[in-house]
Design a binder for this molecule. Structure first.
Ligand code: FAD
Length: 388
């Protein structure tokens, strides 16, 4: 097995996760309820504040430690999707917010008093082409008035604040004025309690997995101009700035899932006796497990490379994207292998495999779909012609 980074952090996370075993996650999955106790335990232990600098009350650690935490949650059979964004959404405020916003928000997140773990970007009609979002924020005196709709905004019901991307000027296809389709969007901080009194509606969206995801409707929601993050019109750039961190952390989760599947498959194929011998004695069973292990460890090497560059402050777009691609593929291959290894029992709820199988499938689609990663590698890394 590969050498694990941050063994002390991983031990602590593993110990915490022992208190939240398969039956805990199964019960939540059945009812599609939020893992409140688990998230509280992670918050109280300070794990969700690792990326917040010490001057704002966090532990000021790197993406490497954050990846170890999320990876270990998934390797232990849990799911970080309920709260992983609490780690990294604040990065938009940290990098681009005003001093007042940082002083107001970051220490409270670090202390576990405030949750900022929802970011509304995706809309029903725009798809991955974010430049086509239709949610608008119109300036009106000292305020902006937001109108539109978001979909798949996860954790919105469990967040005190959310960030939302809205158009502050119409889409411009580009031309003589030098404008680009992705200019003219801005990021706002929304106070969820206040907003729900005056123009924001959240509707839970029942999905294939328990992900606390929602649709959000903005009906002339008035927010102060002080709630804008950074400069007007630069929201998409701010979004891009956070993507490498997100790619890295999601890769860590996918690799954690893959390792969980591989361990389950190894244990079962050592124990399950069919035709008077363990099924793991058959190479037809062994080889898919060995292949999944090799794929997972290769993805982990790419992830380590991305992490090293990220924590050194160096560009890491290609590595972060390739890690996400390889890790999502490895976890999906491992999930399929694990289900097959368990035969009929793979479908039984109590084995947790069917739940993890559904959960890990998400990484092929969100937060970014596989095709879009391939497109990035083809065009931005290999210099192939742009297709859109
Ligand atoms: C459980 C869940 C949680 C989510 N949480 C959030 C969240 O918190 N906040 C948020 O903003 N969004 C969230 N999302 C949305 C997610 O980021 C998008 O679903 C994802 O980016 C894909 O976008 P889309 O669904 O609009 O697919 P589309 O853009 O409509 O694409 C559909 C398919 O076509 C492919 N495709 C599109 N264009 C091309 C092309 N040019 N070449 C090749 N293939 C192409 C895509 O790869 C995809 O497979 C979540 C989604 C899910 C399912």
């Amino acid at each position: 097995m590969s050498e694990e980074s941050h063994p002390e952090i991983r031990d602590a996370v593993r110990a915490l996760c022992k208190g939240f075993a398969g039956d805990y996650w199964r019960a939540l999955d059945r009812e599609r309820t939020y893992p409140t106790e688990f998230v509280k335990a992670l918050t109280d232990a300070g794990f969700l504040a690792v990326l917040i600098p010490e001057e704002f009350g966090g532990s000021g650690l790197g993406i490497s430690e954050a990846a170890a935490i999320l990876g270990e949650i998934h390797q232990s059979g849990g799911n970080g999707g309920a709260c992983h964004a609490q780690m990294y959404i604040m990065g938009t405020v940290l990098r681009h917010g005003s001093d007042d916003q940082k002083r107001e928000i970051l220490p409270k997140i670090a202390a576990g008093e405030l949750r900022l773990q929802a970011f509304g970007v995706t809309e029903p009609t725009s798809g991955t082409d974010t430049s086509r979002i239709r949610t608008t924020a119109e300036k009106d005196g000292d305020d902006y008035v937001i109108t539109g709709q978001k979909v798949w905004t996860s954790r919105a019901e469990h967040s005190d604040l959310m960030l939302v991307l809205a158009r502050t000027s119409p889409r411009d296809d580009g031309g003589d004025d030098g404008a680009k389709p992705h200019d003219g969007m801005s990021v706002f901080i929304i106070d969820m309690q206040e907003a729900q009194k005056s123009g924001l509606t959240i509707k839970p969206l029942r999905a294939m997995i328990n992900h606390a995801t929602t649709e959000i409707f903005f009906d002339n929601l008035r927010v102060s101009a002080r709630n804008m993050v950074g400069e007007e019109g630069k929201g998409f750039r701010y979004l891009l700035d956070g993507l490498n961190a997100e790619r890295i952390l999601i890769s860590a989760e996918a690799i954690g899932d893959a390792r969980w599947f591989i361990e389950k498959a190894c244990n079962y194929s050592n124990e399950r006796i069919v035709f008077d011998r363990p099924i793991g004695q058959n190479q037809g069973i062994q080889f898919p497990i060995a292949r999944a292990h090799a794929q997972t460890e290769a993805a982990d090497l790419m992830l380590k490379q991305a992490i090293k560059l990220f924590d050194a402050g160096k560009p890491c777009g290609p590595q972060a994207n390739m890690a996400k691609l390889l890790a999502a593929d490895a976890s999906w291959a491992a999930a399929d292998m694990c289900l097959q290894t368990h035969g009929g029992f793979g479908f039984a709820e109590e084995y947790d495999i069917e739940r993890k199988f559904r959960e890990t499938r998400l990484f092929q689609v969100a937060p970014i779909s596989t095709n879009l990663i391939l497109s990035y590698i083809a065009e931005h890394v290999l210099g192939l012609p742009r297709s859109f």
